[in-house]
Design a protein around this ligand. Structure first.
Ligand code: 3HC
Length: 701
């Protein structure tokens, strides 16, 4: 931290890269320099700013759970001291102020900000609530509505909104020396004898708060926050700000903060924060490797997937060409893209001008020669190796040297595809998830020969288009679909054994998943799953055809799911209801395959589906398909609707103990006869780590 006195103002500059995390050293430094400024008679006011692009990223999350987090001075105490300062303190917010960084600013008397900044309290995303006064000071400055919205959503707001809400007192000019402007602003406050301000003297203005505001607010966020512990505590803290004087409100905030901090959810959500960042680091690959440029992109195929993929690039302002075999297909594809943008514009999330700007970046062609000079091609044609090989052979002929050639396959062998052309080093898998313009996950499949710079370029590109990239090795289904397979198998098998689709869905939904497997299959299309199985018959039908019997039968009956109005359920508009015929069908198929039907407990459904998913995760980890267990968690929480409050399947296993998972798998191995023996084989890595009393996160290949 830097300290200097300019005239009669002490300038305290946070300088703790990368994000000015308020760990113990920085908290101590703030306190020391604050004391110095108070003791200096020459100093009449203090300005706190930052030497980094960011003002402050908040508490140091890596300290949580360690002694350092509890060591004095704690962040609440630092903030309380700033607020109680007899000398004027101004926060000069030069860049993003988040979490504890925002709270530090709120504890100052006045806030001066650059117009480009954002301020926010994202603690809820870490399973927490703001614990350094944010829940008490923000409502006093900005009102309960703004505060509860910001605190429960975690979404930052821009400088203009912060000014309008009373969070920021003055904005700087966009151009010019920001620190000089902040000093001049502070001097003007001194010149006007502006008194110090303390939130303790303010109460929350509830005059305009609608009746039943909090009850209605709770209802409005119920779906989005289902299963999460922290959002309700956030609301309670804001209610306390209305009801209690500041000192008591701060105490209540601490109680609620500690209650959140001690939950497995907080550990899970903090795990995911670091997991996402770890996933971009590839062992053995120099992160300083120069990247290839990605200024022009081509997508092969204008279907739903190709169009969705294209939208990501258009949104990022990247020149994009879609290639398809016929003009008719292109017209249809482009029409869908335009329609999607127009729907977004109608919702007020895009202006008409932005729609036109995006469409202007989009080119369409039926000629491969037109995409010869692009930097990246993503093929999104039918999921069939021969068809993909033909596309790649043409790309090999026409594309300039160095073009990254990507396949959007969800299961096929990227190495086989790479080996079929002359430049396997440029081939990579980019597995987008449907709808490709919405889903955050991007599975990047690194072939055996993929060049390091091609790999790092696609990781960077993924971040540019706001995806969460995770790198996987080559195997059937990569990380996501491979690990999903035993989970799906168990769900289908349980149907045969007597569980109903609704029971399975309920168990998984109650666990926190966005939906259970039968609903997921109905949504994705029963025919889609059937086609995937035909592409890998050996894997699906080689060992035991029984578990696919029910899906195959529904496919044969052309009950493809939601799109045909019938699948596991009967759909009428948005409503779905159970279908007794499916249970009847399951009973018949069970008989045919020698499976005895019985009552299945919810516990058995949960363990057989989720634990087998974990078991396959362990296998994938040991084979090196995933570099670390947290990569599997990132895949599941961003692409498969796994609840963030569980932190992903591997984190969940770490939390409940690997011995618990192993014991249950062994139990079913013994109880389920031949089927158990065949399918309930614990992964060797799971057995090893459980025996050593370790967790998946302790494992490094
Ligand atoms: N604590 C510890 N490490 C942090 C951190 C934090 N608050 N914020 C970021 N980092 C680390 C990241 O892990 C990363 O480390 P790595 O290089 O080793 O992977 C590095 O800083 C850079 O982070 P990003 O890659 O995310 O950098 P960006 O520039 O893309 O984003 C950011 C910066 C917007 C600040 C983003 O990092 C972020 O959102 N951070 C978390 C903000 C947050 O949640 N703050 C609340 C903390 S809890 C709190 O304050 C409690 C209080 O109420 C008591």
């Amino acid at each position: 931290m830097n300290y200097e006195v300019r005239g009669n103002i002490a300038l305290l500059t946070l300088n703790s890269p990368p994000v000015n995390g308020l760990g113990l050293p920085l908290r101590q430094a703030i306190n020391e320099h604050f004391d110095k400024a108070l003791a200096d008679d020459q100093v009449q006011a203090l300005v706190i700013t930052s030497a980094a692009k960011l003002f402050c990223g908040g508490a140091d999350i890596s300290e949580f759970g360690t002694d350092k987090a509890l060591a004095e001075p704690g962040l609440p105490a630092v903030c309380d001291r700033l607020e109680a300062s007899p000398k004027l303190v101004v926060a000069a917010i030069n860049g993003m102020a988040l979490g504890g960084g925002c709270e530090l600013a709120l504890a100052c008397d006045y806030r001066f900000a650059h117009p480009s900044v954002k301020v926010g309290l994202p603690e809820v995303n870490l399973g927490l609530l703001p614990g350094a006064g944010g829940t008490q000071r923000l409502p006093r400055l900005a009102g309960a509505e703004v505060a509860v919205q910001m605190i429960t959503s975690g979404a930052p707001i821009n400088a203009k909104k912060a000014l309008d809400a009373g969070i920021v007192d003055q904005l700087a000019e966009a151009e010019g020396d920001f620190v000089e402007a902040a000093l001049a602003y502070t001097q003007s406050l001194l010149d006007q004898n502006t008194p110090v301000r303390t939130c303790a003297e303010l109460s929350v203005d509830t005059a305009e708060l609608p009746e039943n505001f909090f009850a209605d607010f709770r209802k409005s966020i119920a779906r989005r926050t289902r299963g999460f512990f922290a959002p309700e505590r956030c609301i309670q803290a804001v209610e306390a700000a209305i009801e209690l004087p500041l000192a008591e409100g701060l105490k209540k905030e601490q109680e609620l903060f500690q209650a959140c901090m001690s939950t497995p959810q907080a550990r899970a959500q903090q795990h995911l924060f670091f997991a996402e960042r770890a996933a971009t680091k590839i062992p053995g690959v120099d992160p300083k490797t120069p990247l290839r440029p990605v200024n022009k992109v081509a997508i092969i195929g204008s279907g739903t997937m190709g169009g969705g993929i294209a939208m990501n690039f258009l949104n990022a302002g990247i020149d994009t060409t879609i290639l398809d075999l016929s003009q008719e297909a292109l017209d249809r594809g482009l029409g869908v893209i335009r329609k999607n943008y127009e729907i977004t514009a109608k919702k007020g999330k895009l202006t008409e001008q932005q729609v036109e700007e995006r469409m202007a970046l989009l080119n369409a062609t039926t000629e491969y020669a037109d995409i010869a000079d692009v930097d990246l091609v993503i093929e999104a044609v039918f999921e069939n190796m021969d068809i993909k090989k033909k596309v790649f052979a043409t790309l090999d002929e026409v594309c300039k040297p160095g073009t990254i050639l990507a396949t959007n396959t969800s299961t096929l062998d990227v190495d086989e595809l790479a080996a079929s052309i002359s430049r396997p080093q440029d081939v990579i898998g980019l597995h987008f998830f449907s709808p490709a313009n919405v889903m955050r996950l991007l599975e990047i499949v690194r072939g055996g020969k993929t060049a390091d710079d091609a790999l790092l370029t696609t990781i960077k590109m993924a971040q540019t288009i706001k995806k969460v990239p995770v790198v996987a090795g080559v195997c059937w289904g990569f990380i996501g679909n491979r690990v999903l397979e035993p989970y799906g198998r168990e769900a289908a098998r349980l149907l045969l054994e007597g569980a109903t689709p609704a029971q399975i869905d309920k168990v998984l939904y109650d666990f926190g998943l966005a939906m259970g497997l039968p609903s997921m299959i109905d949504l994705a299309g029963i025919d889609v799953g059937y086609l995937t199985r035909q592409g890998n018959k050996e894997a699906f039908y080689g060992r035991d055809p029984a578990y696919t019997a029910i899906c195959d039968k529904l496919n044969e009956l052309e009950r493809f799911g939601q799109k045909t109005g019938r699948g596991f359920y009967i759909y009428e508009g948005r409503d779905k209801k159970e279908d007794p015929e499916v249970m009847q069908l399951a009973a018949e198929l069970a008989k045919e395959h020698g499976v005895t039907q019985r009552e299945i407990s919810d516990q058995e459904i949960l363990e057989r589906t989720i634990y087998m998913l974990i078991n396959e995760g362990a296998q994938v980890l040991e084979e090196g398909i995933a570099y670390r267990s947290s990569d599997i968690d990132t895949v599941y929480c961003n692409g498969y609707g796994f609840p963030g409050h569980r932190g992903g399947p591997m984190q969940y296993a770490d939390e409940i103990g690997l011995d618990t998972v192993l014991a249950a798998i062994n139990k079913y191995r013994n109880e389920l006869g031949k089927y158990g023996e065949e399918w309930f084989k614990p992964a060797p890595l799971l057995e090893k780590l459980a025996a050593e009393g370790k967790r998946f996160k302790d494992y490094a290949a």
